[in-house]
Design a protein around this ligand. Structure first.
Ligand SMILES: Cc1cc2nc3c(=O)[nH]c(=O)nc-3n(C[C@H](O)[C@H](O)[C@H](O)COP(=O)(O)O)c2cc1C
Length: 307
């Protein structure tokens, strides 16, 4: 039997296989070139960038917890101009090799999202799509609240939709996912990334202090995988636009679970921090699973879950 077709279409973003990377866990891609050829992945998603550089939160901003990590990085980023200056040439080359480059957009307000999208439009011809992060749990005002309600989420996409013809992905907070997904689809979002990290807390009982520099942070890793699978399944049933599954993917079986629940593509996140060569391993395990299922196209398995 010949190799199965692994190519998928994530709302207009053409991927030669369903494996993507989760924003903030993969830098700007080139950091992983010493470990493997990044262009074998279907897509990469770059760290969320705003119109201007952000310094992020004070340290410590990462800690390990049971079956996961917590972070309060606070979206430290070089700004869109910094991204293009430091990584633009590499990202153009990656795109030329057929790996879709998805640029994540951050903002504290609708105006800041608009400014960032306008800069990406002007400076980033390599971007196959823009992923709007309306869900970062680390920012006290703006991002978090906007992504948590259908009205707030819709307001951001309503402002951005007329400003770009590129596919618009939205990275959703793990809250009210069905209502928010429907609101985003109605405003013209092309695809949804489900889910961002879950707001959480970790306390050092000896010092009685937070293990991060802030009281709360975002929880990632295997501990949230099955919550994310359930949310992908709910969203995939509620909307007609494709879903990118994110959360605790450590193996090809975890990625397959998202696809069966209805995801078109899957992002590898924390696993990149545990082992930098995770993403190609997960891809090869996913290909083996598709072969084992006896189908010649991965698309036949999207949403093929049966109760
Ligand atoms: C250190 C770190 C930084 C992150 N930065 C971002 C970010 O910039 N934008 C974003 O949408 N999500 C960010 N995330 C969340 C991930 O993209 C992902 O949604 C989450 O970690 C769940 O997937 P995982 O369990 O596979 O890591 C970050 C996660 C970690 C661990």
């Amino acid at each position: 039997m010949s190799a199965p077709n692994m190519a998928v279409d994530l709302g207009g973003i053409k991927m030669h296989n369903p494996i993507n990377t989760a924003a903030g866990t993969y830098g700007f891609g080139w950091q992983f070139e010493g470990f493997y050829d990044v262009s074998q992945l279907g897509a990469i998603t770059t760290k969320g960038c705003a119109a201007e550089a952000w310094p992020g939160n004070p340290k410590p901003r990462m800690c390990e917890v049971t079956s996961g990590v917590m972070n309060s990085v606070g979206l430290m980023n070089p700004g869109v101009r910094g991204l293009v200056e430091q990584s633009g040439e590499y990202l153009q080359g990656l795109s030329d090799k057929g790996c879709a480059v998805i640029c994540q957009v951050a903002g504290h307000s609708v105006d800041e999202y608009v400014a960032a999208v306008e800069l990406f439009e002007e400076l980033a011809p390599f971007a196959a799509g823009l992923e709007i992060n309306i869900s970062c749990p680390n920012i006290a005002a703006g991002g978090c609240a906007m992504g948590s309600t259908p009205d707030g989420a819709a307001e951001v996409i309503r402002a951005l939709r007329p400003r770009t013809d590129r596919p618009l992905l939205v990275k959703m907070a793990p809250a009210r996912v069905v209502e928010v997904a429907k609101a985003l689809e109605a405003e013209g979002a092309d695809a949804l990334s489900v889910i961002n990290s879950i707001p959480a807390m970790s306390i050092d009982v000896h010092t009685r202090r937070s293990r991060l520099s802030r009281p709360t942070g975002g929880l990632s890793g295997p501990c949230l995988h099955n919550i994310a699978v359930r949310m992908v399944w709910e969203v995939a049933h509620a909307v007609d636009i494709p879903v990118n599954g994110v959360g605790g993917v450590m193996s090809g079986a975890d990625a397959a679970e998202f696809i069966l629940a209805g995801a078109t593509s899957v992002s590898v996140g924390m696993s990149n921090l545990v082992r930098p060569d995770s993403a190609p391993r997960i891809l090869s395990e996913l290909v083996s699973w598709v072969e084992e299922q006896g189908v010649d196209d991965v698309n036949d398995l999207i949403g093929a879950f049966e109760c």
